[in-house]
Structures are given as C-alpha cells and as structure tokens.
Design a protein around this ligand. Structure first.
Ligand code: ATP
Length: 334
C-alpha cells in the first residue's frame, strides 16, 4: 500500500482556495518574484500586450498556483486550469485553447508530465498564437492552421529539470519559489487565522510557523488541525501551549518534521547505516512512491541539512541523528 502524503490528521487542503491571496500585494514573502511579476503586469497593461509566458518551479505548496491565479486578477482577465497528466493527447488541449479570451491565462500544473506530442502541439500556440490541426489520416490527411486569441501560458513544475529544453526556452520568465522564513509563515498563519475568524496569539502563530516545513500549504493544514483541536478542547484564542499540544498530537515533532520525514530519516540511518543510498531503495523500504520522496520529502530535508546528496546517493547529516535522538551512534559525515 502506498501511503499518500495526505495521510496525516492535519492534512486538509480543501480550504486552500478560500485562503489564497487574490492580489499580488496580498502575497506574503517571495518579494523578488512578486516585484518582477508586478513590473510584468504593469508593462502588459501599458503596452496592451498579453503577459509573456511564465514558468514557476519549486517544491509543492509554495505558491505556484497562488501566483498563477493572482495574475489574471491583476490583469482583469480569466484563467483556465489544467495539468500535465490530464493532457494525454493534443485534442485534450483544444477546448482550453478555443475557450481563451484575449490576454487570458492558461495554467498547466505539473507541466513536466505533459507528453511530448502535446508539448510539440503547444509550441506554435506559445510562439504565434496558432495551432496546426491534422484532419483525416494517411494520404488524405491535411493540416489546417487555426489562429488563437493572444494568451499567457503559465506552467508550474516541481521538476524543472524534467522539462525539455525547447519547452523551457519558450517561457519568457522563469521564477523559482523558495521555502519561506518562519517570520513570513507566521504572518501567513496570522492572516489566514483572521480569515477563518480564529483568534490566535502571535506566539502560537510563531509556533505553527516554526513547525510547518517552510511551506505555506503545510502551515494552512497545521492551522486547520490546531483550530479543530482548540475548538474541541478549549475556549478562547489559540495559545502557544494549545498549538504545541495540537501539533504533538498530530505527530509533528518539535522541529516540524512529520511522520513521513521521520520514517525517511530513520530508514536511512537504521537500515542503510546513514547512507549513501539511492532514492529508489529508500522509497521501496518506506513504501512511498519515489516521486513523493523526491518532490515532497527531500527538498526540505536537504535545505535544512538533515540529509545531503552524494554521487552514490542520500546521506544522513548530523542534524538528522540529533533530531531522532540517535546521538549515541556515531554520525557519518561523508
Ligand atoms: P502546487 O505546486 O501543489 O500547486 P503550490 O506551490 O501551487 O502547490 P499553492 O496551492 O499556491 O501552492 O499554495 C497553497 C496555499 O498556501 C494557498 O492556498 C495559500 O493559502 C497559501 N499561500 C501560498 N503562498 C502564499 C503566499 N505567498 N502568501 C500567502 N499565502 C500563501
């Protein structure tokens, strides 16, 4: 059985849409990215041209969809949303392309998972706002060209390295989203608690932020869980002790690592003697998809230096031994 990353009691994404910022000025953190996008939006309005195609990359939950939905609000245009895996053949793209409004946004999540044949179909749409449709088969096949409304393609990917060179080159802007600081996440927690009419003390917001893996979506789900816990067990605002108890109960440890993070580190340390070991072997042992490991678990563990990558695989760092209380075994630092 593959245990999904949403098997934790605190993982509920259904309120995400309600909490999503609507305008660039409501977006917290990612200042450099937001500033560049603001310039692009202003230029697009002034020059009366559609925004150039934009590619967002970075680990899940850092705001790629948020930025994609904020831009059409800023431009006063519409957005259509789809994803790479949903587009198995060129015909799957047609309804989106024919529904475009002038200057509107087409958002393709997980764009690295779009098949090559669809990718090639989209190139003329990106370059010349035109598509070539083949009618009929064999000898009688003919190609007709169809003009499209001028639009903006926004792609999101957790793996920009898996995108083909030609596809990548067709995006005018490449924006990489980084993990958030504790202060930025604390602001997001406070703003979103207010949107949910949930009083929270600044100390409690800080505690949730500290234990949210640098990720706004995780902060949102920790907030939802803590809100439920607080409503069931207490009256009044969410305080720091309540936040702490709620997260302890959700098995989020004091460093903010969840069950899957700890299982990853424990496996690496106990079964593979701290590594180096390949991601496939780890994934098979933990019973999680290797994509889940590479996309959702490892980026944060790498950035916080719990693990490192060597040519021969993943290696546990001293911080991982400390976090798991395994200081007795000699840390291996390759
Ligand atoms: P995925 O790649 O899986 O689509 P994502 O990176 O697009 O994930 P979002 O869905 O945009 O992540 O973000 C998740 C939630 O986090 C949003 O609904 C919003 O509440 C919050 N959020 C993300 N980024 C920000 C931000 N910069 N400021 C405030 N809230 C944010």
């Amino acid at each position: 059985k593959v245990i999904g990353s949403n098997s934790n009691p605190d993982d509920s994404n259904k309120h995400d849409a309600a909490l999503r910022p609507k305008l660039l000025k409501e977006v917290i953190g990612q200042r450099k990215v937001a500033e560049r996008l603001e310039i692009a939006v202003r230029a697009s309005k002034k020059l009366n041209e559609p925004l150039g195609h934009i590619l967002f990359d970075g680990p899940p939950g850092l705001g790629k969809t948020t930025f994609a939905t904020v831009l059409p609000n800023e431009l006063g245009t519409s957005i259509q949303l789809t994803s790479g895996p949903a587009l198995s053949k060129p015909a799957d793209l047609l309804p989106f392309l024919t529904n475009l409004d002038e200057g509107s946004v087409l958002f393709i999540d997980e764009i690295h998972r779009m098949p090559r044949i669809v990718e090639e179909f989209i190139y003329p749409a990106m370059e010349d706002f035109r598509i070539d449709i083949v009618l009929g088969e064999g000898m009688s096949a003919r190609t007709i060209s169809m003009n499209l409304k001028r639009f903006t393609l926004i792609g999101a990917t957790t793996r920009s390295g898996m995108l083909s060179g030609p596809m990548r080159d067709r995006f005018k802007m490449h924006e990489h989203l980084e993990f958030y600081s504790v202060e930025e996440l604390a602001t997001i927690v406070r703003v979103n608690a207010a949107k949910l009419n949930t009083p929270i003390t600044p100390e409690a917001a800080h505690e949730l932020a500290r234990r949210s893996r640098g990720t706004p979506r995780v902060a949102n789900s920790r907030l939802h869980w803590t809100r439920n816990y607080s409503a069931a067990e207490h009256d009044g605002p969410i305080t720091e002790p309540i936040a702490r108890a709620a997260l302890d109960m959700a098995e989020v440890d004091r460093d903010g690592l969840d069950k899957n993070d700890r299982k990853y580190l424990e496996t690496l340390i106990d079964l593979y003697a701290g590594g180096p070991t390949g991601v496939e072997a780890l994934a098979a042992t933990i019973n999680l998809a290797s994509d889940t490991l590479a996309d959702e678990i490892e980026p944060y563990l790498l950035r916080e230096q719990y693990i490192t990558r060597s040519p021969r695989g993943r290696v546990a760092m001293p911080r991982a031994y400390i976090a798991l209380g395994k200081l007795a075994s000699k840390p291996k630092t390759e």
